[in-house]
Design a protein around this ligand. Structure first.
Ligand code: MSP
Length: 510
């Protein structure tokens, strides 16, 4: 394997239970990881939890708990949710783990040794919900946080600062100028470039707080939670000399647009300062909106993923968000659109195609996939051509993290195949004389479409694809399939014994 792929989600604050916004990021990173495994790339997928800082500490205290005890109590809920969503992470990092603490301290020492860390006094507003320092002119009227609309707190304390301003030229003229762009989508890169025109040094410690990792050379201070949390992407790999760090870094950091600045400015600059490669790509996705606003627990628009999972299942959850929202832009969630897409594309689309084809083969060919030889005509060639075009679009889209485009291409296969089945109506043909070869070709074409669909959709709907693969009776496992070979037309061997299986996507009442 000469190609590696490392993808991360942000690590989530454990001040509360997860909502669908967190699940959205995680599902997207999971689909990317699964796609790269399918391509045969050596892949590492990391997620985890951000456990230090004032926000988590307060959440614990409000519940009358010690922060560590609170984190230990709630982290299993997060992990269990990722299990229910079919998340295939290779590691899960908690920032309270010893491995993270030690390696974060090693990084801090390296940063200090560059001479770019100095002591000064910070005075100004701080939003605990963001865990972020704000310049006074960035606040809303009434000294409110621009993200949360809640009052900020006035801080005055001795802090260590990182000489971020020194890296302005490197960021603007070297890092952001690279091809392909290391910050995407393009509009986000432009925002970051605009922000850097007036780049100031940044506070990297807190002295009024103890719930954090002590600064190695001055333990009265703890690391500012953001700067510490970013390091998870390398501490989990064993920075500075672990084998995974050498193999996988630099990687792809998928984040929400609200946390882009830390990832696209502070993070690459501090890595570069400490002599480590900056991220290969920071991709910022948009927000999930509910009723037109960013969904949030604070605004009581938070929706727990289990509310959707219970009715629709994990595959539908994954498919819906990746198909509905153009990755990189904001998108609205509504129960109506979830139900509509589920019904048209999964239940009536992919699911119905699978059950009709498997039933037809069962009842007309004793369950054995027939050979298409001698019966193919233009309609079969048209289906094949749709598949080939869709596969090319799919690959290109997945490489760009354009999940919505990849899924649109796959849905075009489903729609074409369902239409083709209605048009050729093999259930009628079987009753006519001398149609064996035609029927064979039609059934083979449909079964082969199912095989290709199971491969292509496996990064997004892994559970349904696994069940379909079993029904198709193909001896090699789905996990062993590799693109591009696995999507090449004609992979299904005639004579394969298929089964009927349960419906992939049972209907859900409106
Ligand atoms: N702990 C920090 C990240 C540190 S990474 C080194 C954090 N945590 S968070 O739990 O608040 O949010 C994590 C991610 O969830 C962010 O990428 C954020 O954009 C995403 N989402 C939170 N609400 C969201 C929506 N309503 N929609 C889409 N994603 C959202 O920030």
């Amino acid at each position: 394997m000469d190609h590696t792929f490392y993808v991360t989600t942000p690590i989530y604050y454990v001040n509360d239970v997860p909502h669908i916004g967190h699940a959205y990021t995680t599902v997207a990173a999971d689909a990317a990881a699964r796609y790269h495994r399918l391509r045969g790339h050596e892949t590492f997928f990391l997620t985890g939890t951000d456990e230090h800082g004032q926000k988590v500490e307060r959440a614990a205290r409000e519940r009358g708990k010690d922060p560590q005890a609170w984190c230990d109590e709630i982290v299993p809920d997060w992990k269990a949710l990722w299990g229910r969503l079919g998340i295939s992470n290779d590691d899960f990092i908690r920032t309270t783990e010893q491995r993270h603490k030690e390696r974060a301290q090693a990084f801090w020492q390296a940063l200090k040794d560059t001479g770019d860390v100095y002591l000064d006094t910070y005075e100004g507003p701080y939003c605990i919900a963001c865990e972020e320092f704000y310049a006074p002119d960035k606040l809303l009227d009434g000294n409110l946080c621009p993200v949360h609309g809640r009052p900020v707190e006035q801080l005055r304390e001795e802090n260590y600062f990182f000489r971020l301003s020194k890296y302005k030229d490197w960021l603007l003229n070297d890092y952001y100028a690279r091809t392909p762009a290391p910050v995407q989508p393009r509009a986000r890169l432009n925002e970051v470039i605009a922000f850097c025109q007036d780049l100031k040094d940044t506070s990297i410690t807190r002295s009024s707080l103890t719930w954090g990792i002590p600064v190695p050379w001055d333990p009265k201070h703890v690391m500012y939670v953001w700067v510490e949390a970013l390091l998870n992407y390398v501490t989990a790999l064993g920075y500075p000399d672990g084998a995974n760090f050498k193999t996988f870094w630099p990687g792809v950091n998928i984040v929400g647009k609200d946390i882009l600045r830390f990832h696209a400015v502070t993070w690459p600059a501090m890595l570069h300062a400490a002599g480590v490669d900056p991220p290969q790509l920071v991709f910022a996705h948009g927000w999930l909106l509910v009723g037109g606003e960013k969904m949030s627990k604070t605004k009581l628009t938070g929706i727990h993923p289990d509310d959707l999972l219970g009715t629709f299942g994990s595959d539908a959850f994954r498919y819906y968000f990746l198909r509905e929202v153009a990755f990189g832009q904001d998108g609205s969630f509504s129960w109506e659109s979830l139900h509509a897409r589920y019904t048209s594309e999964l239940a009536n689309g992919f699911g119905n195609l699978a059950s009709r084809v498997l039933t037809l083969i069962e009842s007309n060919r004793d369950g054995f996939v027939p050979s298409p030889d001698g019966g193919e005509q233009d309609p079969e060639r048209a289906v094949r051509s749709t598949v080939e075009k869709a596969v090319a679009t799919y690959d290109d889209a997945f490489e760009r993290l354009a999940f919505h485009e990849a899924l649109e291409a796959v849905d075009a296969i489903v729609r074409h195949a369902n239409g083709y089945l209605v048009e050729t109506a093999p259930w009628k043909l079987v009753k006519e004389p001398n149609t064996d070869k035609r029927v064979n070709a039609i059934l083979y074409t449909c079964a082969e479409v199912l095989r290709v669909l199971a491969v292509l959709l496996s990064p997004v709907t892994p559970d349904a694809c696994g069940r379909l693969w079993t029904s198709l009776g193909i001896p090699d496992s789905l996990a062993e399939q590799r693109l591009p070979a696995a999507a090449r037309w004609g992979g299904l061997a005639p004579g394969t014994r298929v089964g009927k299986g349960e419906p992939l996507f049972p209907r859900v009442e409106a």
